[in-house]
Design a protein around this ligand. Sequence first.
Ligand SMILES: C[S@@+](CC[C@H](N)C(=O)[O-])C[C@H]1O[C@@H](n2cnc3c(N)ncnc32)[C@H](O)[C@@H]1O
Length: 251
Amino acid sequence: MNDANRFSDEVAAFYDASHEFGDIGDESFYLEAAMGADGAVLEGACGAGRLYLELLRRGVDADGFDVSPAMLDILREKAATEDVEPTVWEADLRSIGADRTYSLAIVPYNSFCNLRRVDDQLAALEALYGVLDSGGRLLFDVYVPRYDTIAESFGEWQSVREVEYEGRQLRGRSRATIEDQVKQTYSTEQELVDSDGDVLTRDEFVLSHLPPQQVELLARHSPFDRWSVSGGFDGESLTDGDGVQVWQLVK
Ligand SMILES: C[S@@+](CC[C@H](N)C(=O)[O-])C[C@H]1O[C@@H](n2cnc3c(N)ncnc32)[C@H](O)[C@@H]1O
């Protein structure tokens, strides 16, 4: 699918360097769900393996897929330095292409926001439903689009940090800006800059805000039988002020 947000090699390396295991706060939630699953586990949009590799280290029977070959290359390189055997492939959330079914599918860390149109979001829910066993669960989280955060942080460069890429010390940075007020989409620019300030590489993606009521409507229109949402990863109700919505959909 040509309209997917695919990382370049350089920006994938920056992404990986800026998202270490333990940085996000979702780790225990997804690991506990995966280790308690009554069968195989699939991570959709597994990226460079921040969570996926930890599932393998803990002995979970887990597969993964991602649309960015650059992310999967990093995942495989990291796995090759450890005693774990990844089963990952290049695929889109809307068209998964798995050759077995799973008792649990997870799509962590805002990956669903990469789906920009209602048709794409429903296609992904249908595809994930299709790879689950009967009674299987889908877990995913997306941030709550908060007006205060958008007003304060959009337009400003964030995550400025050093990253080593092919022996060079580069500075990575990212910035979100509103793309379309009506569609509620935004663009993220991610750049790697050298010591002279020259931009060496740049990715720009368009993503979608997903307010909880929109996710609920998607769930209602999806083939899933039941769904629930929590605010954050501790299972509390989703209430005003929460930053993360965590959804469970049951087949
Ligand atoms: C925020 S990263 C999350 C990576 C990983 N799940 C984690 O938690 O660290 C989002 C990932 O979604 C992937 N992605 C973007 N659009 C996608 C799509 N349509 N289908 C599958 N993966 C996609 C990107 O390549 C990237 O690896």
